[in-house]
Write a protein that binds this ligand. Structure first.
Ligand SMILES: Nc1ncnc2c1ncn2[C@@H]1O[C@H](COP(=O)(O)OP(=O)(O)OP(=O)(O)O)[C@@H](O)[C@H]1O
Ligand SMILES: [Mg+2]
Length: 244
């Protein structure tokens, strides 16, 4: 096999009369960061859901580390090394930061005492030590995104799917979150697939990118190739928010 860790071919997802993904192909190479770009409603989150197993494709195939995972349930995909964060974060709001992460570790079959020790490592990695004992409901949006990352790390992923990590986060917190994404790969060797709505955010971070619109791949290549693509530019001219 080539160095494609995740290979998606001819993937279609239908919601009633809506074709949310239409024949999408994607290759995520091992050890690289790949961006999924595109305007609202393009199908970015649906693509994540199909890879993680939360929605069933009507057509197509998904290979992970050489295995066909198209039809296996989400928890088995997670055990194989696919983890994801959500566009809208979903912590256990009554549990504190360490406990939230420990729950994800316990679900791997680790006893609670050991899970709490391991959780401290992920909490430190995402820079939330000072908040270890704080209930999740007291965290800011940026801190909740960090907690979400720590919870995803707790499943020990090979491939991490990050849905709009910077979405809704105050501007001063964005560079630190981007640095965290970079460190996932450099320090932990995790392959990252990251969704962004805004074009400029991932310049210098993503090695490869694909641009989706209305369920189809408009173009794929380097970030620079995509930014220069005529159709991408035309789509973003009508979407001033994302182009900003
Ligand atoms: N569970 C669902 N049932 C019906 N339609 C859905 C469902 N999930 C997504 N859709 C529709 O599929 C299309 C793609 O949605 P998706 O959430 O994948 O877009 P997106 O690129 O992530 O957009 P955004 O940038 O707003 O997050 C949209 O038209 C959306 O309304
Ligand atoms: Mg989305």
């Amino acid at each position: 096999m080539a160095d494609g860790l995740l290979l998606v071919s001819n993937l279609s997802v239908r919601f009633g009369g809506l074709l949310a993904l239409d024949g999408v192909a994607l290759e995520v190479r091992d050890g690289r960061s790949t961006a999924i770009l595109g305007p609202n409603g393009a199908g970015k989150t649906t693509l994540f859901n199909a890879v993680a197993g939360a929605v069933r494709p009507s057509e197509g195939r998904i290979l992970f580390a050489g295995d066909d995972i198209t039809s296996i349930p989400p928890h088995r995909r997670c055990r194989k090394g696919i983890s994801r964060t959500f566009q809208i974060t979903q912590p256990f709001s009554g549990l504190n930061v360490i406990e939230n992460v420990a729950v994800a570790i316990v679900s791997r079959g680790v006893p609670m005492a050991a899970a709490l020790r391991e959780a401290a490592d992920y909490v430190a990695f995402v820079g939330l030590e000072a908040k270890s004992a704080a209930p999740a409901r007291t965290l800011s949006t940026g801190q909740r995104k960090r907690l979400e990352l720590a919870r995803a790390l707790a499943t020990r992923p090979r491939l991490l799917l990050l849905d709009e990590v910077t979405g809704g986060v105050d501007q001063p917190s964005v560079p630190e979150l981007l640095d965290l994404i970079r460190r996932l790969r450099v320090e932990r060797g995790i392959t990252v697939l990251v969704i962004e709505h805004k074009m400029d955010v991932l310049h210098g971070l993503a090695d490869d990118a694909i641009f989706l619109d209305r369920g189809r791949v408009v173009t794929s290549g380097s970030m620079a190739d995509i930014a220069a693509h005529d159709e991408v530019r035309r789509i973003y001219l009508g979407d001033a928010d994302a182009a900003a």
